[in-house]
Design a protein around this ligand. Structure first.
Ligand SMILES: [Zn+2]
Length: 270
C-alpha cells in the first residue's frame, strides 16, 4: 500500500457551516448543547451517543496523538470520539517524547516486557494488517488475554507524517516485538463497500477521518460491527446534517453567503 493509503484528519465541513456551528453561536445567540457542544437546534448529536455513557473497552484502549491545529478545529472528530469512547486518551502535541509524555513511556515499557500489544496505526509499506494481527491474537491463548493499546495520529497527512517521523523510535523501538506498525485493510466507516461516511480534507487521497479509522480499528480488536456502528453514529448524523445543508437551503436561510451576510443576519436577530 503506497503512502498515503489513508490518513487521519479532522472532518472537514464547509467553512460556512463551521462558522455557523458551535463557534458562531457566541455572536448570533444560538444555544449550545451541553452534551455535545453543538448548536441545540438542528445540530445536536446527543441522540446518537451510547445510552449508557461512553463505551469502555474490555481489553484495550486508544491513545490519540493530536496535532494542536486539529484540537482547534471546531468540528474535529476526536472531540466527538471522546463522547462515545471512554477508553481513549488524547495527547496534544507535535513532538512526543518519553519525558514529556510518561503515559507513552509506560505503554512502551509494558510492550517491552510483553504484557501489552501496542499497535501504532500508521499506514505504509512497513505496516502490518491489523486484521491479521487481531486474528493471530485470537488464535493464541496467550495473545487473546493480553491487553492492547492502539496509538493513532490526528492531523493532516503532512502533520501526521512529521509527528510519526519524530516519534517513530519512541513508539516502535527496535527489537520490541509487541510494538508494531499497523494499517487497516479496508477503509474505515464504509466497510469497503464504497458507501463511506467520508467527508475528508483530502478526498482524492483516499483519506478517512481519525474517528472512522479508530472506530474500525477498535471494532477489529473487539466488539465487531455493532461497536463500529455505535462509535460512528454521531459522525453519520453529522454527515446527514450537512447533506441537508444544501446550497439552496442555505441561500433561503441567508446563511450560505459571505461574512457580510452573516453580520447582517445577526443584526436583524438582535
Ligand atoms: Zn447535544
Amino acid at each position: 500500500m503506497e503512502e498515503p493509503g489513508f490518513f487521519f484528519g479532522a472532518l472537514s465541513l464547509s467553512s460556512d457551516e463551521e462558522e455557523g456551528g458551535a463557534g458562531g453561536c457566541g455572536t448570533t445567540g444560538r444555544r449550545i448543547c451541553e452534551g455535545c457542544d453543538r448548536p441545540k437546534k438542528n445540530a445536536c448529536l446527543c441522540s446518537t451517543f451510547p445510552a449508557g455513557g461512553p463505551i469502555e473497552l474490555r481489553g484495550g484502549k486508544v491513545i490519540v496523538l493530536q496535532h494542536p491545529n486539529e484540537k482547534k478545529r471546531k468540528l474535529a472528530t476526536v472531540a466527538i470520539l471522546k463522547k462515545v469512547l471512554g477508553s481513549c486518551d488524547v495527547l496534544v502535541g507535535r513532538q512526543f517524547t518519553a519525558e514529556r509524555y510518561p503515559v507513552l513511556a509506560e505503554t512502551l515499557r509494558l510492550a517491552r516486557d510483553g504484557s501489552v500489544d501496542v499497535f501504532v496505526l500508521y499506514p505504509g509499506a512497513k505496516a502490518e494488517s491489523l486484521e491479521d494481527l487481531a486474528e493471530e491474537r485470537r488464535a493464541s491463548a496467550e495473545g487473546d488475554g493480553r491487553r492492547w493499546v492502539l496509538i493513532a495520529i490526528d492531523g493532516t497527512w503532512q502533520q501526521a507524517k512529521e509527528m510519526f517521523t519524530f516519534c517513530r523510535d519512541l513508539l516502535l523501538p527496535r527489537g520490541v516485538e509487541n510494538a508494531r506498525r499497523v494499517e487497516l485493510n479496508r477503509r474505515g466507516g464504509g466497510g469497503g463497500e464504497g458507501e463511506g461516511l467520508l467527508l475528508m480534507t483530502e478526498p482524492d487521497q483516499g483519506c478517512v477521518t481519525t474517528m472512522e479509522a479508530i472506530a474500525t480499528a477498535v471494532s477489529i480488536m473487539e466488539g465487531g460491527e455493532a461497536m463500529e456502528e455505535a462509535l460512528l453514529a454521531p459522525l453519520a448524523k453529522l454527515v446527514s446534517l450537512q447533506k441537508g445543508f444544501n446550497p439552496a437551503v442555505k441561500a433561503r436561510l441567508g446563511v450560505g453567503g459571505s461574512k457580510h451576510t452573516k453580520t447582517r443576519r445577526s443584526r436583524l436577530k438582535d
